[in-house]
Design a protein. Structure first.
Length: 310
């Protein structure tokens, strides 16, 4: 048996009729419920633990199996996703960048989302350019033209200007100046204290444990939600150790833990670490279905929820 498997990837799932930030890209809770109904009717929806059992022990799963995964530990996952999964008897897999809980911070990736949702990209781009000019000499920055040539490449989701803003604030600059600029933009355009915003945006420890007690699977998404493929092996290992330590400390079951690579970024060092650290399986963002026996267990592809044909 070599059944086909579809892992579905979700991020924001929320009530878009009543949100303060309607421009944050995600799935409305009503659409989500309809998609869960569709998946239940057309797939064999299994848990991540059942998939791991099939990978590790050869346990049988049916053709057209599907696993639902949720990245970044948003409070929306407790408020909207969790009740629907319980209603339909589905066990999802949730991946936590643990620094958000330990440090009460907002991930840079989420700061970027909310910056972009709080003003026009033209206004944000103008402010970003002013900040690049301000810090150019202090941090030996390149010209805006050079950065734009490197990073302003439109994709299927965003025009080049938005991609430029994202890439500059994600990895285009050295960490120190990148964090300074991101924080300044966040305060200017969002304007809410970071700790307060973090408590609203992410799951609490109590919510995680309640969800786990009702069959949901939790695993690490690194500690700081970093591009692992941009880091030396020892730094990658430190990110993983911190994340696993924190999850264990708060009571998450790590007997058969699985991993989710932030941004889908990983390399050969990452794969080696997954084996060395006892990871059961890891998911990427490569958008395709797969046959169970035809993939590396540390490179499991996932379809974005918007790519499901239904």
């Amino acid at each position: 048996m070599n059944p086909d498997v579809t892992i579905v990837m979700y991020h924001y799932v929320r009530d878009y009729q009543n949100t303060k930030y309607p421009d944050i890209k995600g799935m409305d809770v009503r659409t989500f419920e309809k998609q869960v109904q569709y998946l239940k009717n057309n797939y064999n929806v299994i848990s991540m633990d059942e998939l791991v059992d099939a990978i590790q022990n050869g346990a049988s799963i049916d053709e057209h199996s599907a696993v639902l995964t949720f990245d970044d530990a948003y409070s929306d996952h407790y408020l909207y996703v969790y009740p629907i999964l319980k209603k339909y008897g589905v066990k999802g897999a949730f991946y936590v960048p643990t620094g958000i809980l330990q440090d009460k911070k907002v991930l840079d990736v989420n700061k970027i989302h909310y910056i972009l949702a709080s003003a026009s990209h033209e206004t944000i781009l103008q402010e970003l350019m002013l900040l690049l000019d301000r810090y150019r000499d202090m941090y030996n920055l390149e010209t805006i033209e050079n950065y734009f040539e490197k990073y302003a490449h439109a994709n299927r989701w965003d025009p080049e200007e938005i991609i430029f803003i994202k890439r500059m604030l994600q990895k285009g600059l050295d960490q120190e100046v990148r964090m300074k600029i991101t924080d300044e933009l966040f305060q200017k355009f969002v304007g809410q204290p970071e700790e307060e915003f973090s408590k609203e945006l992410y799951l609490s420890t109590e919510q995680i444990l309640e969800m786990q007690n009702n069959g949901m699977h939790f695993g690490p998404h690194t500690h700081d939600h970093v591009w692992l493929d941009s880091l030396m092996k020892e730094v990658q290992k430190d990110q993983m150790k911190k994340s696993l330590h924190y999850l264990k400390e708060i009571g998450v079951n790590l007997d058969r833990w699985t991993m989710c690579y932030p941004y889908g970024g990983y390399n050969e060092d990452t794969l080696t670490l997954m084996e060395e650290m006892g990871c059961s399986a890891a998911v990427t963002v490569e958008p395709k279905k797969f046959r169970l026996n035809d993939v590396n267990k540390f490179e499991l592809p996932r379809l974005d929820c918007n790519d499901i044909e239904w």
